[in-house]
Design a protein around this ligand. Sequence first.
Ligand code: GLU
Length: 335
Amino acid sequence: MTATDEWRAEAIAHSTGASLLQTFLNDLHNRFQPLRDGKVADYIPELAKADPNWFAICIVTTDGRIFEVGDADQLFTIQSISKVFVHGLALEEHGRDFLLTKVGVEPTGDAFNAIILDEVSKRPYNPMVNAGAIATTSLIKGSCPTERLNRMLDMFRRYIGHDIFVDIATFMSERTTGLRNKAMAYLMQHFGMIDSRVDEALDLYFQQCSLMVNCRDLAVMAATLANHGINPLTGDRAISECYIRDILSVMYTCGMYNYAGEWAYRVGIPAKSGVSGGIIAVVPNQIGIAVFSPPLDKRGNSVRGVAVCEALSQHFGLHLLDSSMGCQKFLDMLN
Ligand code: GLU
């Protein structure tokens, strides 16, 4: 075999693996599009406007390849998925030890919006439930609300690779209906977990939930986490590598609402979902996965999103604790 033949054989294997993956994603999309279970979230009026038929799947590899099917350009608000990245920003700004004095890393089994703090420490349980996320957001540094918002937008820009904007209608909708979040924030102020700028912290939290993304953006963000904090499309570092472990651990144990335990058992990769119907999942060193489909199950996770991630995990042996398969198989297939 000449060098050119070898190169050609490798290119064909590469494209075969890639087209197999694309075909698999197309099949998943066809298989799960007819699912009619679940309900679009309506507790924030703006969310109720989502079309239940929207459905996109996107995978971005750590070497920068993008595979997608469906409504990958459809914009929606990031909601709770933002909590992962703001947790990362707070870790960078304050360090692990300080952050742990303000927010725990314990799964709760309670609803994401439960008004509950750890009885002894008075900390919110973890940064993925609303109380913990508001406490985390309240720590973002800056001399005024605009500076804090800009720091946050800069951080998201590094993960996504382009500018990102707050949807004002959703922000206002969150702000006027988020009474439980307000109650929680004031309770945390009472216990000294957040400082006196409670309303500013709430506004920043509502703004982060109202950032507009599409499914591809989410997959790039997940791939950045999979790629040790470097955005695989731009080559920019979004977060220091030393905090990836913290972020993924909390996603793994607390990222999927009250389904987190069963998700870890069945799917076995760190993930986070949000009430607008997005899910991100991270296979370290390999890929970022994102699925978007607004109808949610009773626990608040996208019905099609969970089905797709379970199928992907099973088919490619992505479960991190599955020693027989090993997720290296995934990139091997593409290479
Ligand atoms: N903005 C939402 C809230 O605080 C986030 C909910 C979510 O996606 O879990 O109610």
